[in-house]
Ligand binder design. Structure first.
Ligand code: ZN
Ligand code: ZN
Length: 304
């Protein structure tokens, strides 16, 4: 794709996102006082432009490399049998398989110190909306997109089955970050709503709700959390960079420098304990009891 087509595609995608999500945010706001041009919107726009103009190409290269490397790992008889199943069954299997992989992959991002370095970029957003959904380190995006799609590719699900689901999952991932609170009624048991993902972005590294399209895995594994109000605030308890370039570079810095930077700020004892635990256990924190956490509800937000 030449640069003109790339710029045009980026502009059209941005227009699509504004036209689809901004009216929803105005009609059903989760935080009614939040403006379109809220603090750090320019930073999040930089992340969006970085994704469209720089990193999507890298992502396709990585996916192509991984899928070529793993071709033939699964016997041809198995992949042929997978592709021969009815379409409805294939779609159901792809949803469950992808959700299972991304759920556990996401929990690892919150437990393993090295993965958290990159994933914490996404969690540093203090205002959630459709634009903040794009705040991700490119290596974090490669990790997540690979986990979501590669197992289904390798097992032989045809691209026709996957294409629609990939597109739906991409749009849904943006929707759950939007500043929207729109009750789904009975569908809330099978579709993850923004209210669930907003609690995932509460200032707690172990906040639960690791699934995005479907909350089934959170319900199964005890990490589902859905208070009847919005979190008071979003973001991290540690200092964060102020520029896009800073966010790109900080996770790549040596571990000691990274920790020193954390501890120079106002890091609470619980966060320090979590970091120490990650070090002592080779990068994996202790398990968390979500039944206890679900009962400790913060006060009602003044903004809702
Ligand atoms: Zn997360
Ligand atoms: Zn998120």
């Amino acid at each position: 794709m030449d640069i003109t087509s790339l710029l045009l595609a980026t502009g059209l995608s941005l227009l699509f996102l504004v036209v689809v999500f901004r009216p929803l945010e105005l009609a059903f706001p989760a935080k009614p006082n939040q403006r379109l041009f809220r603090p750090r919107w320019l930073l999040d726009l930089s992340f969006l432009l970085g994704q469209y103009l720089l990193w999507n190409g890298l992502l396709f290269l990585c996916l192509g490399y991984f899928s070529r490397s793993l071709t033939g790992v699964v016997p041809r008889e198995f992949t042929s049998a997978v592709a021969a199943q009815p379409l409805w069954l294939q779609i159901l299997e792809v949803i469950l398989l992808s959700d299972f992989c991304v759920y556990w992959g996401h929990r690892l991002q919150h437990r393993v110190g090295f993965l958290w370095r990159f994933h914490s970029v996404h969690h540093s957003a203090e205002h959630l909306d459709w634009l903040a959904a794009h705040r991700e380190h490119p290596l974090d995006t490669v990790y997540t997109v690979t986990l979501i799609n590669l197992p289904a590719f390798v097992l032989g699900f045809p691209l026709e089955t996957l294409a629609g689901f990939i597109a739906f999952r991409g749009v849904w991932a943006i929707y759950i970050h939007s500043n929207v609170r729109l009750p789904l009624g009975p569908l809330h048991a099978i579709l993850g709503a923004p209210e669930l993902h907003h609690w995932h972005h509460a200032k707690d590294r172990d906040a639960g709700n690791y699934g995005n399209v479907c909350p089934l895995m959170d319900l199964l594994f005890g990490t589902y959390r859905c208070p009847d109000h919005e979190p008071e605030s979003f973001g991290l308890n540690t200092p964060t960079p102020t520029t896009w370039l800073g966010y790109m570079v900080q996770p790549l810095l040596p571990r000691l420098r990274h920790h020193a930077a954390d501890r120079s700020g106002e890091q609470p004892e619980a966060e320090l304990q979590s970091e120490r635990s990650a070090t002592l256990t080779g990068g994996v924190d202790e398990p968390v009891d979500y039944r206890v956490r679900a009962d400790t509800r913060p006060k009602q937000s003044a903004a809702t």
